[in-house]
Design a protein around this ligand. Sequence first.
Ligand code: BGC
Length: 768
Amino acid sequence: MKRIFEADPWKVIGNVFDNDTNEIAESIMSLANGHMGFRGNFEEDFSGSTLKGTYIAGVYYPDKTKVGWWKNGYPEYFAKVLNACDMISIHLWIDGEKVDLSKCHFENFTRELDMKQGTFTRKFDVITMTGKRVRVGSLRFVSMEKKEIGAIRYTVQPLGDSVDVRLISYLNGDVRNRDSNFDDMFWEKISVASHDGISNITMATKKTGFIVSSSACEQVAVKGVDLKGTLVSDDGLYIGNEYSSRVEPGSLFIMFKYFSITTSRDYETSEVTGKSLERASEARETRFDALLEEHRKSWASIWSYADVVIEGDMLSQQGIRFNIFHLFQTYTGHDNRLNIGPKGFTGEKYGGSTYWDTEAFCFPFFLSTAREDVARSLLIYRYNHLENARKNAKKLGLEGALYPMVTMNGEECHNEWEITFEEIHRNGAIAYAVYNYVNYTGDEEYLQEYGLHVLYEIARFWASRVNYNPRKGKYMILGVTGPNEYENNVSNNWYTNTMAAFCLRYASEAADGIRKRNPGRFAEIAGEINISDDEIKRFVTISENMYFPYIDELDVFAQQDGFMDKELLTVDDLPLSDRPINQNWSWDRILRSCFIKQADVIQAFYFFPFEYDTDVKKRNFDFYEPMTVHESSLSSCIYSVLASDIGYYDKAYELYLRASRLDIDNYNNDTEDGLHITSTAGSWLAIVHGFGGLRVKDGLLRFNPALPEEWTGYSFIIYFRGRRIKINVREDMVGATLLEGEAITIRIWNNEVDLYNDNKVIEIKGKS
Ligand code: BGC
């Protein structure tokens, strides 16, 4: 494989400029802070291959659905994350020649994402037509400390003769989405103005009416002398400041650009512009170095509790840090109206909306790294969407709540039939997250306040979606798409049925538990959502009599009815030129084939590790893995966890590497669209749940660590019930340290280990 980036433990470095991979690099080098995000676009003009991207959390546009044949119940729109006002850009001329790396001559190009510091830097030497060499450098960050602010340091330095430098730092609101269905402009202008040297563009989104105000200002100096800018603007959505100076060799033209974004999600409409200007002005007063320092400190604090250290394997180390970095850039948990889009702030595709990816993959990461309130925010998000989920079920003629497959505000906004209507397994992942949270944190109060409402309505949905087959005496779920989207409209997808049975059982147990422990609260909830004993009984009956397709001759679960009618091939039978099949085969051929896009049966083994014994897991893994093409970013990571679980460590390592470097190495040939945030979380699961073997059962935190051959050691830190615990794995030895919180007993392999708050490393030798 030809790697695009250099390996480094804390950085992603690109030393070669290649127009064909430029958009990949832009995705990789994206910066964000949970509130706003920017692809790693160049500041100066670039007429080569680029996807410009500025994204703002929670700001979306309902792009009118585009389908050939309208079917009843289709959502009216597909929510799009918006490409917002471009704030980072500049025009640069050196001796009158415009700098555009697609056109001018340059050398020594390098760009670098520094995950430790949270910065994106670039450097290159421009060679002018007359042969003058000028070094251009930039450093950008999006503050993790002050969410509405970001800054750039941009330098121009003649290395030989003196040059004339002319620079316009601007805002441009005339932006569109590449994935717009009808090439519409999603924004309308409110105001474009300059106040005290600060350029401002305030725009509103069409239809959704979000007001977004973008501001930018600069401090520019040459040889320590400040330059004054001249206002430039046009009648449209363009405004900025122009600076020019003769720059002698040895001296530096330096610009600090401060930018801010505020929105009507956080402020009254009348305040949004004023706040944006205020933020930019505060940033200018605080100055670049101080802002950068506090930003670095925020990252240092995150790394102090969330870092995973891998020794002996640089590629693995780089992969996991890259992924952790992007996860914390994507979600901070400060705002429970927000969620985790599968592309985070790194691209347009997938609408920046919420999928089941959040609960199934990202949730456990935040649960074990950040404090409880971060994971809790994700649950509250779904609780707040319950009413819309009820409406969604009703539209289909069903009861209870059907959470959308894709959403921004609780309404379904995905428009492919087989996904919107058939991929109902997402309801299972949402209920599972409630279980996961309560099991992990022991926070019963959450269940009483919010959890039961969600669980019960989900169970109600399943109870109305199943149908009873009297010939088999079983409940069945027909016409679904399982996690494996390379099959549609199948009956009795084993995973879906398993999740439905789990939801029904867990909802009834949760209701009974609350009834016993807090009858008063139970009576309130029962009144609010109309819980009845008969209905709970029905949940239990369906759960206990669910149909699970089985392949007797192989002693494995059948992914769905009729799976064995297929021609059974393995991925090794596929010529390389056919891969990925979703880019080379007709959809018809894919649907008829046995090839599996992503973990399906195996996904349930991940959720319920104690329900199936190792032999069962092995048999199913051996049957399904060879048919799995892993063409979803949700696949390799889960297979990796399972491979560790059953002791297939080589396979686990191979799949871990693929998951953790999915984007850095562009495995799925689509990183230019943006990163796969779900896989970033999945690769952490592959380490901590997979190799580390983290599980929680009956309130006891357990580890079953193994060391992949390629590594000499690894360590990670876990947040668990008010404690921070560090696990350090070496060959035949595991060290455990309680870094924070009260004494606790944990289990490592089969040993009960008492940890006290004394920072001592307790060493457990070998598996016993
Ligand atoms: C996967 C889905 C996933 C979606 C967003 C699809 O390719 O098959 O399971 O929810 O991507 O990541």
